[in-house]
Design a protein around this ligand. Sequence first.
Ligand code: EPS
Length: 384
Amino acid sequence: MLRYLTAGESHGPSLTTIIDGIPANMPLQAAAINDMLARRQGGYGRGGRMKIETDRVDITSGVRHGYTLGSPITLVINNKDWENWRDIMAVEVTNDGNKKTITRPRPGHADLPGGMKYRQRDLRNILERSSARETAARVAAGSVAKQFLNSLGVEILSHVVRIGGVKVERDLTWEELQGSRESPVYCADTVAAQEMVAAIEEAKAQGDTLGGVFEVRVRGLLPGIGSHVQWDRRLDGRLAQSVMSIQAIKGVEIGFGFRAGELSGSQVHDEIHYDEEKGYYRATNRAGGLEGGMTNGEELVIRAVMKPIPTLMQPLRSVNIATRQTERADVERADVCAVPAASVVGEAAVAFTLAQAILEQFGGDSMDVITKRWEEWKEYVREF
Ligand code: EPS
């Protein structure tokens, strides 16, 4: 069983991820994790915090001389900002100094429901963990999963398809999507990317924020991963859960997604073909690579919508929980738009869920065993 837990507060000393269940003998590079962490930190529209941090991972268990041992892998990312928060976030009791108490919950954030649930009258005690800073730890886990997928020949990428009112109107090929890395908003359509940057600038000028949509695509998956036989084994459901659990995500769709509700069956389903070389294949991919809760061998296509960040420089009305009087919500330093960053987190979430499903099916304790089973399956489905 592959699983991970994250721990750490946004302004605490560090973020920690423990991954259990990665097989032995898998090459694992800290450089690849750091590269993905850097991508998550980037994107036009990020705020002041990202100028302070340079996220880098320390691997403190589970890897020796470049290869996994099969034991739990611990990944630690230090928060540089911690130096500025030592007193405010002190573990020990301190009576002096500013605690940066928050009493005016931000509409759309975890502040108020979290404060009620955990009986915290200083809403900072909620914010510190609900903050999307935690996604750095998830990306570290996702990068390990991605390296596992890569070693089976499975490739994964993400890109931004909408920010506010600007969207990419055409389908981009896998090759074109490589260009998204160079874009300030991780969008391979250069015209749309420019307009997205302008939209972010405009939102910033107005003290407002913007959301958007990103897409994750995966190729090289074999058919039959996941299962139709039980609700919690359906891969589409599992992927939706992991992507929906990312901070600020309000919707997930696979393939045609919500568009499928507007069209007739003949316009939505993908006809089946066979070729000696390729085996079974589809000329179209409206299903987004999933049928009956299982992969069908086509590219996996998942989109998710991120709401605009709830920390507004021109804040909405709220209620001060110390007085119950109407006031403007608290203002924290924050990003204007984090959709490019969220696309990298989405890539990490999808990678981890796919690695889990693949390990359940082709499992073994070492990479050698899994690779052999994977190759046998590839041959089998081609000749089915
Ligand atoms: C966030 C608020 C900001 C963002 C943060 C998410 O942090 P700070 O309060 O330190 O300025 O920068 O995102 C990250 C720190 C990150 O690494 O993505 C929030 O309230 O969710």
